[in-house]
Design a protein around this ligand. Structure first.
Ligand code: SAH
Length: 505
């Protein structure tokens, strides 16, 4: 199994920088033991103009047979003579495949992470790359190869390998010679290969365990969620294991959703709600943007409730967390979001790294999903879900409901969501459109109230509703807010019920 990676010299640096980026010295050949045999790295071509690194995996069929637990997790493929022989006589030693992906990860671990102490700026920048795989098993043929690599910015050339060169009439084999060319970051290129070689091979030789989902998401970061063939990729990469595939698809869905929010959610929020024309004539001050009004309404609700320890669930980029930090009565603030990227931005905006110890001890950012119960969320005074529920698919709302009102059970819950009736008042919003393309739904006042009352009833909360923004006599306010509170000492479902009973006794 064989793969070459070439680059050419540019004003940014000589081609030989490839050695630093791969953490493998161009001057020597090196050998690494992998679970399936030895992997050799060497450079057939080294100068300032062009540099090529080659990875050759010498598959050891007996090792493969020993380790090659099939999908049944037991090993071997049965005892029929043909099957037994197939363990030793197969295409594995020659064709690039999942085994080559394993070798890539073993040999180029730092490069896959994008680490390069010597040349960090080179590792972070795209460089001209040419990758060649002479024999790639490609179930789905050249067309699928193109569909997988082209959306990632590669120029793809494939050549079908004939079944037997001496007998062209036998037709094509399932192998292609693959050449990828493009300007990409080396780490991204390696991640593409790491994920897509096994996908094309479609015959994983190692046991697919639950942590494969984590690996897939780690190496797919930044490209897989947006890939048009994402479902095919997860499906094949996870060897068609249904539960794993579903988990991966769901997690990628959340990545997509969060990524979309990062850029666009604020657009309409920062707009000023349309005003009555006479206000403008009177020269009244411009009203605050809706996002600011919403934050104020939430802070007021939390202060009135006397909350000190507060969860901001679906905190996004941390604007509310920042506002909470400014008020010392909020002693413990937890921001949780499913999007790592949003949390990174939040941490940067809050300047968590430069905060004094006293401030920073008040705030925690957590990654997590509201679709699952989470022990870390138990025992707080209040939780806020500001513009979050509408980002979940309706079938997932019961899970969110249970996670927040059933399991975490804070004394107060503040939920805000757009009022779809108000959309006709936004001039910039074409009729029938939602405020954000990723909103799974937008509720009327009636729908929101029905949902909130049912939730309150099921979990022993009382609920009241407030308007945020100008309350239009016809269509209501742009944002609706529900304030849930537990029934106090008589709360039959309250987590502290026993204690309270003891106190009362
Ligand atoms: N609360 C912020 C952000 C709202 S945007 C505000 O009011 O401005 C919606 C946020 O919900 C996004 O940051 C998104 O990543 C997050 N989100 C969506 N689904 C989620 C889930 N299942 N679990 C946790 N957060 C989720």
């Amino acid at each position: 199994m064989f793969l070459t990676i070439s680059t050419s010299g540019t004003p940014a640096g000589p081609a030989t920088d490839l050695g630093f980026l791969l953490h493998k010295h161009p001057g020597k050949a090196q050998t690494f033991a992998t679970s399936y045999g030895d992997a050799h790295v060497f450079y057939p071509e080294v100068d300032a103009e062009r540099c090529t690194a080659a990875l050759l995996l010498e598959v050891d069929p007996p090792a493969l047979a020993r380790r090659g637990r099939g999908r049944d997790g037991k090993g071997g493929k049965g005892t029929a003579p043909d099957a037994a022989l197939a363990q030793y006589v197969n295409d594995r030693p020659y064709a690039a495949s999942s085994l080559l992906a394993v070798a890539l990860r073993t040999v180029f671990a730092s490069a896959l992470r994008g680490d390069c102490r010597e040349l960090p700026e080179r590792a972070a920048a795209p460089l001209p790359l040419r990758i060649e795989v002479p024999a790639l098993p490609a179930r789905g043929g050249a067309a699928l190869v193109a569909r997988l690599f082209e959306p990632l910015g590669w120029q793809v050339t494939t050549e079908q390998v004939p079944l037997d060169a001496a007998f062209p009439e036998w037709g094509a084999s399932r192998y292609v010679r693959l050449v990828l060319e493009g300007e990409l970051r080396l780490a991204d290129a390696l991640r593409h290969l790491y994920v897509l070689l096994p996908v094309l091979d479609d015959a994983k030789h190692y046991w697919v365990s639950a942590d494969e989902v984590d690996k897939l998401l780690r190496f797919g970061e930044g490209w897989l969620a947006a890939h048009p063939e994402q479902r095919l990729i997860t499906h094949r990469y996870l060897a068609r294991r249904r539960s794993l595939t579903r988990e991966a698809d769901e997690r990628l869905e959340l990545v997509r959703l969060a990524d979309a929010d990062d850029v666009e959610v604020e657009e309409i929020d920062n707009a000023v709600a349309p005003e009555e024309p006479e206000d403008a004539e009177e020269g009244k001050e411009r009203p605050e943007p809706l996002a600011v009004q919403r934050r104020e309404a939430i802070l007021t609700a939390l202060r009135t409730a006397g909350a000190a320890r507060v969860l901001d669930l679906g905190c996004g980029q941390g604007q509310l967390v920042a506002a909470l930090l400014k008020d010392p009565r909020f002693t413990e603030i937890v921001g949780m979001d499913v999007s790592v990227r949003a949390l990174e931005i939040a941490a940067r905006r809050l300047r968590l790294d430069r905060m004094g110890e006293r401030q920073s001890s008040r705030v925690t950012l957590l990654q997590g999903s509201l679709a699952y119960t989470d022990k870390r969320l138990k025992g707080y005074d209040a939780a806020v879900l500001s513009e979050v529920v509408e980002h979940l698919d309706p079938p997932r709302l019961p899970a969110l409901e249970y996670a927040v009102f059933g399991a975490a059970r804070p004394g107060t819950v503040v939920v805000t969501t757009p009022n779809v009736e108000y959309n006709v008042r936004w001039e910039t919003l074409p009729a029938g459109h939602r405020r954000h393309h990723d909103h799974r739904f937008e509720w009327t006042r009636g729908e929101f109230r029905d949902w909130a009352r049912a939730v309150a009833g099921r979990h022993g909360y009382a609920v009241e509703f407030h308007a945020v923004g100008p309350d239009d006599p016809e269509v209501g306010p742009p944002t609706q807010l529900a304030l849930f509170t537990t029934h106090g000492p008589h709360d039959p479902h309250g987590p502290h019920d026993d204690k309270k009973k003891e106190e009362a006794a």
